[in-house]
Design a protein around this ligand. Structure first.
Ligand SMILES: [Zn+2]
Ligand SMILES: [Zn+2]
Length: 103
């Protein structure tokens, strides 16, 4: 299984009906034509989000600011990446993401 870089859904890349697009020598798989379209429109938007380093980011659970290399973990949720300083913050977010994304 691979992850749809747009929405974060798991995609079976061995399925002959899998929606795939090659970009910069890499293969990307999508759950739907819509996701592929979104990606095709602005691939760098999605790629840079997943490989960005060095930039400051914020743990939305505890509010701590940290560099991307200092993060304990990252989670993709609804197509966006979230970074956490510790295992407890990661778990807390997984338990109730809406609480932190609500505001
Ligand atoms: Zn998708
Ligand atoms: Zn934290």
């Amino acid at each position: 299984m691979v992850q749809d870089i747009v929405c974060g859904m798991e995609v079976d890349e061995t399925d002959s009906r899998a929606i795939m697009k090659e970009f910069a020598g890499q293969r990307f798989y999508f759950c739907s034509v819509e996701c592929k379209l979104l990606f095709s429109r602005d691939p760098l938007l999605y790629i840079s989000q997943s490989v960005e380093t060095g930039e400051m980011t914020k743990d939305i659970v505890c509010g701590m600011e940290m560099g991307r290399q200092q993060t304990f973990s990252s989670l993709k949720y609804h197509g966006r990446w979230y970074y956490f300083c510790s295992e407890s913050c990661t778990r807390e977010f997984q338990r109730n993401p809406q609480r932190y994304l609500g505001q």
